[in-house]
Design a protein around this ligand. Sequence first.
Ligand SMILES: Nc1ncnc2c1ncn2[C@@H]1O[C@H](COP(=O)(O)OP(=O)(O)OP(=O)(O)O)[C@@H](O)[C@H]1O
Ligand SMILES: [Mg+2]
Length: 502
Amino acid sequence: MKHDMPAIQLIGLTKTFGTVKANDHINLDVHSGEILALLGENGSGKTTLMNMLSGIYQPDEGNIFIKGKAVNIRSPKDAINLGIGMIHQHFKLVDLFTARENIQLGQRNNQAFSPDEVCKKLGLKTDLDKKIYNMSVSEKQSVEILKVLTRGADILILDEPTAVLTPQEIESLFKILRAMKEDGKAIVIITHKLEEVMNISDRVAVLHKGVNVGSIDTAKADRFVLTQMMVGRQVDLQIKRALAKTGDTILDVHQLSITAADGQKELQSVSFQLHAGEILGVAGVAGSGQKALCEAIAGLQEISGGSILLDGKRIDGLSPRDIIKRGVSMAFIPEDRLGMGLVGSMNIPDNLLLKTYREQPGILLNRKSAKNEAARMIEGLDISTPGLNTPVQKLSGGNVQKVLLGREISLSPKVLITAYPVRGLDIGASMRIYDMLNEQKLKGVAVLFIGEDLDVLLSLCDRIAVLSSGRLTAIVDSKFATKALLGMKMAGLRTDKEDAYA
Ligand SMILES: Nc1ncnc2c1ncn2[C@@H]1O[C@H](COP(=O)(O)OP(=O)(O)OP(=O)(O)O)[C@@H](O)[C@H]1O
Ligand SMILES: [Mg+2]
């Protein structure tokens, strides 16, 4: 008798979309009590493979064995019955219902455990009677996890669960995953962040262009080995800060205050200047006022005090369209990437037209130049797509995002605001985005970069502004800043030196 029967065994699994071989004869085992990280560049076939386990797609070829038994997974319901639960990037919860109601929805007879039991076992602190619309992304994610566990899932698949979580939220998710592993569950996690792979997984399997190029014990791996496996060659993982001469002040944010409709002070008297040929980073824990700041500059959010000047002229109060016309572009990568100004059912050229059309109403839609521009963008950003006519929603997550940022850059802005531009991007694509931002800086564009990774902020940006609860607590030269200093300022603390002079 075989002692260590894999929880999942895939043999020769193949899936083709038109001309794209998304999965090419993939073999893969996952064991109970194991956390397997699934790694690969954008478009390498990770989500497709997992979707065949969760019943969303059926394989063209190959076999799936669950606990040693050959199975046909024809629908998500089949997957649930086999004990497979997948946490997708886009949650499927009913906003107006509570966590408990969502968990009970549609599972009258097949609830293996009560949500209270599961919470207790895993040490989860989810408020089961809170309504979904009052929840943060991370709370909603816990509800999704509870949903599959109450149905008795012992195989868990998480597709980029950390892409939009804060470092603290990621740590609590990992605690839950470790508890589930101790409980004997088989877990597959997809993530692009190599530190996370090193931190949470026992083993790593790497896909490259639809092919499984091998797996490795995490203990034997490091960032360089994994990148090499993923990309097929060595990659320079050093982020460069382009040397450019800082020019005139382009954007002048002066004592900007924003009060939300519910009276909450989102920004309080924030002042800074952004220069041509400069990348100014903005650091802060999530929800410190980053969104309000970006939206105020782009004209999407009414301000309650202060002013915003572009080239010495006030732009606060102008319409978003007028602000775009004056040369301010914004690419904000939100939690829901398809939600941000791209139309999923349209192809890349049409999505480009959408923006230029809104920018200059009245001009004739120029389909031919949009097609050329789209072709340039696909080439320049290495966007993987079957063709110009493919709807954006069929692209892999990371490729959707390159389209978003590429479109903003194609407008040749004076000020480029970019928030979380590498969310969900693989390491190579992230490096390409940093290069693109450096290129913009060298062209004299004033770049405002809202980031979450302090190492990235420190290496890429010229200066870093720190937001803490809606206040600007510091603006520092990156060359002289440290992570410890940024951390203190993010928490709104004063340094010893400041205390000495206070
Ligand atoms: N429904 C579909 N129709 C056509 N092509 C598809 C479809 N789903 C996926 N693809 C293609 O299959 C390939 C693999 O996509 P998949 O989403 O599995 O990649 P991924 O590894 O999850 O990428 P990412 O890291 O960007 O999420 C891509 O080239 C994608 O464009
Ligand atoms: Mg994916």
